[in-house]
Design a protein around this ligand. Structure first.
Ligand code: HEM
Ligand code: SF4
Length: 551
């Protein structure tokens, strides 16, 4: 965990005081909603369909038990008893009343969290692998670099009014869990032939109305040059990004329009001019940030302790273990994913009681640390294997041990028409209906890894373009319809899905998804061939033929 200093704490307290004053002026009518809007957005406060919503950043997805407990408290006291974990390592509170917002923010600020830069045309919360620092084979802990970027970008005067919002993601492992290829800038940490640490730099990825997979503009950037190079990218974007048309303002459009090569050349030219300046990271600066990450005091433990071996005799434990537990870099420890997708519940929601339970379990078994992944699940990054049986029993008792991670009912969904003012269609009920169709977990396991992503409109908050099965809500003559895409993926082989055929009505979606899955089961080359690989091998045609014949 990163340790904040007095400067951070003082700044946050002052910011809350400033917002409290703005809310008072809004409430007594001195500010109208239009005047209040830019002020609230600076603090992560949106106006949704029914209420204000507070978006709080969870830097690099890392939370302490203390912070999570405070979020539970905020959900319980100021909201309706739950919070929503999003695809961008944020948590959203949907129902906080305006006059309560400053108090809620003050309570969050006390534990070092806030909504600054979770909205607006600035560099947003830098995201990374939720298994950072714990997963075997990592080139370095990507959170150190995310923190360097966080400090650099927070309230950066030049980058507060970019043409459009800006998202940076970092991965440092072989398997990309941070979806770097669908971010404005994606950074892949690795080592070159002589063992130096550096980044492959990708630009111009993104979802939304015009989706693109990012393009690599530099195979290797020495890590200490990170800030000067990012600054060069930001300057080029700030200068040439379009401000005349909101739909063409993202960096992905600029990169597309001038070409990745020309973009790279402009960045390199800018970089040459500034690379040896103040943004050059010295070894001391990097060491200072590194030293503020405190790692658990791991013990020398057995990988197969008696408690664990005995529990494996219980098929329910063994199933959960196979589904939710991943190898750790330290022998005797595991990484545990906690599914926030119990069948039939809104994906990514956690109740205040569940948050408290997870905080308690993190304290008891996981060095007080919790992580948030872009799949809208939580994770305990370091659990001794001897504690897994006890942890599982307690998770199970709290309804948090559904063994469906990465399976067909581990669905990503945006809030859609249930909350969002921009939605064309419902997303949460679609996810709930589909999850129910695959509620039999044996059946879901037989299907294997399959990501379904649902967005209620073209803005793509549910990442539908990169779902193995993507579902997009559209509106036709005032009615909800859904376009289906197949074959998208968000990992190191990121790809946008291909449209299956004409949009279908709300009622038809679950049946159609069942048909797609049944077709895959028939057509897969072996039971091990993943859905997305079958689609890559055969294209969408065979699916289209069978599915639309049935409807
Ligand atoms: C008040 C609720 C929300 C509003 C008004 C909203 C608005 C938007 C808009 C307008 C875009 C498109 C941006 C663009 O074209 O550049 C967008 C994209 C996005 N939003 Fe949201 N959103 C909301 C909630 C959420 C939630 C709950 C999540 C996560 C579950 C989320 C995650 C994202 C992501 C990942 C994108 C992807 C865009 C990209 O890659 O370019 N948003 N959102
Ligand atoms: S995808 Fe559309 S409906 Fe869903 S949260 Fe984003 S803006 Fe709202």
């Amino acid at each position: 965990m990163y340790v904040y200093d007095e400067f951070d704490r003082t700044f946050l307290a002052e910011r809350v005081a400033e917002f409290r004053d703005q809310v008072t002026r809004r409430l007594d009518g001195a500010l109208n909603e239009d005047e209040f809007k830019p002020l609230r957005l600076m603090n992560g406060v949106y106006l949704q369909l029914h209420a204000y919503m507070l978006r709080v950043a969870i830097p690099y997805g890392t939370l302490s038990a203390h912070q999570l407990r405070r979020m539970a408290h905020v959900a319980r006291v100021y909201d309706r008893g739950y919070g929503h974990f999003t695809t961008r390592q944020n948590i959203q509170f949907n129902w906080i009343k305006l006059d309560n917002l400053p108090d809620a923010m003050a309570e969050l600020a006390e534990v070092g969290v806030h909504g600054i830069q979770t909205s607006g045309n600035c560099i947003r919360n830098v995201t990374t692998d939720q298994w950072a620092g714990a997963v075997p084979g990592e080139f370095d802990d990507p959170r150190i670099w995310a923190e360097i970027l966080r400090q650099y970008s927070t309230l950066h005067p030049e980058f507060t009014y970019l043409p459009r919002k800006f998202k940076i993601a970092i991965t440092a492992a072989g398997h990309d869990r941070a979806a770097i290829k669908v971010h404005d800038v994606g950074l892949r940490l690795h080592r070159n032939d002589v063992g130096e640490l550096g980044f492959e730099v990708l630009v111009g990825g993104g979802l939304g109305r015009t989706p693109f997979v990012g393009k690599s503009i530099r195979p290797f950037l020495p890590a200490r040059e990170l800030l000067s190079y990012i600054e060069a990218i930001m300057r080029v974007y700030n200068q040439y990004g379009r401000r005349d048309n909101i739909y063409k303002a993202r960096i992905k459009i600029l990169v597309h329009e001038i070409g990745a090569e020309a973009f790279a050349e402009a960045v390199e030219a800018e970089w040459e001019a500034i690379r040896d300046g103040a943004l050059h990271l010295s070894d001391e600066m990097i060491a200072d940030i590194r030293s503020r990450f405190v790692y658990p005091a791991y013990e020398a433990l057995e990988d197969e302790p008696a408690e664990f071996v005995a529990a494996m005799g219980d098929p329910r434990f063994a199933t959960w273990f196979a589904n939710s537990v991943h190898a750790h870099k330290v022998p005797g420890y595991s990484i545990v994913t906690i599914s926030l997708k119990p069948v039939g519940a809104p994906p990514g929601d956690a109740t205040a009681d569940q948050m408290d339970t997870i905080a308690d379990l993190a304290d008891a078994y996981a060095f007080g640390e919790i992580r948030v992944g872009h799949e809208q699940n939580l994770c305990l990054p370091s659990v001794a294997r001897r504690d897994l049986p006890e942890l599982w029993r307690r998770l199970d008792a709290a309804g948090l041990a559904t063994p469906n991670v990465n399976l067909v009912n581990d669905i990503i969904a945006c809030p859609g028409l249930d909350y969002c003012a921009l939605a064309n269609a419902r997303a949460i009920p679609v996810a709930q209906e589909i999850a129910k169709r695959f509620a039999d977990l044996d059946k879901a396991r037989g299907i294997g890894r399959l990501h379904i992503n649902i967005s209620g409109c073209i803005n793509a908050c549910g990442h539908h373009h990169v779902g193995h099965i993507g579902i997009l809500g559209v509106e036709k003559n005032g009615q909800e319809f859904y376009q289906i895409t197949l074959g998208g993926r968000a990992d190191e082989q990121a790809q946008l899905g291909t449209l299956l055929g004409p949009a279908v009505s709300y009622d038809q979606v679950p049946g159609l998804v069942e048909d797609v899955v049944a077709t895959y089961m028939e057509l897969r080359a072996t039971p091990q061939e993943l859905f997305v690989d079958t689609v890559a091998r055969l294209g969408v045609e065979p699916f289209k033929e069978r599915v639309y014949a049935a409807h």
